[in-house]
Write a new protein. Structure first.
Length: 123
């Protein structure tokens, strides 16, 4: 549970995770349980896909992009490859796709970014 640690004035100094027994033994009389944090009314939609699913969205151009020796293309591929997932709402992603287009890859950025996320694409 979340515990608020209080100073001598009763103001919250810190918030920690623990149980009541631990809080009382560590901060006798100077703690209280945190008030419940309300859940948002609408869940925040995350548009995260796996790195592999991101590259799959390039369709038949995927392999050409992955093997492209252009330094800018290699940088885009490397940048995407080191991530745990691709956030389709990342503000830098359209610029990366524009780099691939400038290198001659006939990709459709809107199709890559706006296609509905399928269950098999989830990270």
């Amino acid at each position: 549970m979340r515990i608020e640690i209080l100073n001598e004035n009763g103001d919250v100094m810190n918030t920690v995770m623990g149980d009541e027994a631990w809080a009382e033994s560590t901060y006798p009389g100077a703690w209280r349980p945190c008030a419940a944090i309300p859940e948002p009314d609408t869940p925040i939609a995350q548009r995260h896909i796996s790195v592999g699913a991101f590259f799959d969205r390039f369709g038949p151009l995927k392999l050409a992009i992955l093997r492209d020796q252009n330094y800018d293309c290699k940088a885009v591929v490397m940048d995407a490859s080191v991530r745990k997932y691709i956030d389709l709402d990342n503000v830098d992603l359209p610029a990366g796709l524009a780099i691939l287009q400038a290198a001659g890859h006939d990709i459709d950025p809107a199709a890559i970014l706006d296609a509905p996320i399928q269950p098999h694409e989830l990270p």
